[in-house]
Design a protein around this ligand. Structure first.
Ligand code: ARG
Length: 394
């Protein structure tokens, strides 16, 4: 009998997969990764573990990966200002290589020859899991039952689960497909597939509707050290807790919603809505601080890097040589990204309204129109002559 380590969520698909793999003569070890999908709503990992056993798992691993997720995956992406197609802060995409890394580790520990996942054949996540696993151990077999099995509908899966006494909560039919972690929530399918329709309020899980909201703003100050967010309003937090706290504050102010028709790696356009309060606040504040401390050429070049970085993350190339090289570049840009940004959160908006840094390159005596002016305006004439000379010549 071959051994397989399965990325298990506790949902209908992966529960059926456990049984299905057993029928294909696999011994199934389930791996439940805690990336913060339960924060604030009390995801019951014990119940998920029990379900894995009931479905036929021979062993279940539960790992709390929240710290590793924010320190090793979220933070580099934040320093890089990674955002896909201008609206997606990559929560799901950043989680996949981490889960794959641990699948491979467990496979080695258990001497398993295969790993499995429950992704469909139409999405990005299958690519991220498999490309990552292939980089980390090219010899592992990868099994993706949803791409090939016989079930054609959710009802058929429910029937299969009931036939095998897999405890599934069929009463609450989920209207959406949801992926959640500490960095954000991705929500798709159901009525969201109608592009002409505004997402219904019930699609959102952690952000309050800006329509019914206090008519006064909330101000918070975020302090960074070398690109790493350290404090909120002067109080130091561990990164994981800082993110969780900002999700709460931002969520109450309706911050971090986005609605995107995105280009999937497999060539399909799909509509997904996102909630990422902490990610939105930190991304905005971090960029604001960079505007203050990076010189023009570095700042402009870094925007090109951000774009490429977001593509690499989205495309499942986290462990690629280019991504590693871009990390070196990005880290070298963060030396002086130290300072504080005051943010105003109001009815779904999130804007920087104050900034300070000891490395600020803003010099009032240069920019002022007041009498403290130290800029010698006479020099501008020569500068413009030489700058424009090639065009005049032409
Ligand atoms: N579109 C996002 C991505 O490719 C999220 C995918 C998972 N979405 C979901 N609702 N389950 O990164």
């Amino acid at each position: 009998m071959k051994k397989i380590v399965l990325a298990y969520s506790g949902g209908l698909d992966t529960s059926c997969i456990v049984k299905w793999l057993q029928e294909q003569d696999y011994e199934v070890i389930c791996f439940i990764a805690d990336l913060g999908q339960g924060v604030g709503q009390g995801e019951d990992f014990k119940a998920i573990e029990a379900r894995a056993h009931a479905a036929g798992a021979s062993k279940v691993y539960i790992k709390d990966l929240k710290d590793e997720f924010v320190e090793d995956f979220v933070l580099p992406a934040l320093k890089a200002n990674a955002i896909y197609e201008g609206k997606y802060l990559l929560a799901t995409a950043l989680g996949r290589p981490l889960i794959a890394k641990h699948l491979v580790e467990i496979a080695h520990k258990e001497k398993a020859e295969a790993i499995g996942h429950g992704c469909t054949g139409k999405g990005n996540d299958q690519v991220r899991f498999e490309v990552t696993a292939g980089i980390l151990d090219p010899r592992l077999e990868i099994v993706a039952p949803v791409r090939t099995w016989e079930f054609k509908s959710r009802d058929e899966e429910i029937e299969y689960a009931q036939m095998h006494n897999i405890p599934i909560d069929v009463t609450k039919k989920k209207p959406y497909s949801i992926d959640r972690n500490l960095w954000g929530i991705s929500i798709e399918a159901g009525v969201l597939e109608n592009l002409e329709q505004e997402p219904p309020e019930d699609a959102y899980m952690i952000t309050k509707s800006p329509t019914h909201m206090a008519s006064y703003p909330r101000y918070i100050e975020i302090s960074f050290e070398k690109g790493v967010p350290k404090k909120i309003d002067g109080k130091t937090y561990k990164l994981k807790n800082l993110v969780a706290h900002l999700n709460e504050i931002g969520g109450l102010c309706g911050v971090g919603r986005s609605d995107l028709v995105e280009n999937r790696l497999v060539g399909i356009k799909s509509r997904e809505i996102y909630e990422a309060p902490a990610a939105t606040i930190l991304y905005t504040a971090h960029k604001e601080l960079e505007s203050l401390v990076l010189d023009r050429e570095l700042a402009h070049f870094k925007e090109i890097v951000s774009l490429k970085y977001s593509e690499l993350v989205y495309y499942g190339l986290w462990y690629s040589p280019l991504k590693e090289a871009l990390d070196s570049f990005v880290n070298s840009t963060q030396k002086h990204v130290t300072g504080s940004i005051k943010m105003k959160l109001f009815k779904g908006n999130c804007v920087a309204v104050g900034r300070k840094s000891t490395y600020s390159l803003y010099k009032k005596e240069l920019s002022t129109y007041g009498k403290e002016d130290k800029f010698d305006q006479r020099l501008a004439e020569g500068f413009i002559k030489i700058w424009g000379m090639p065009y005049k010549t032409r």
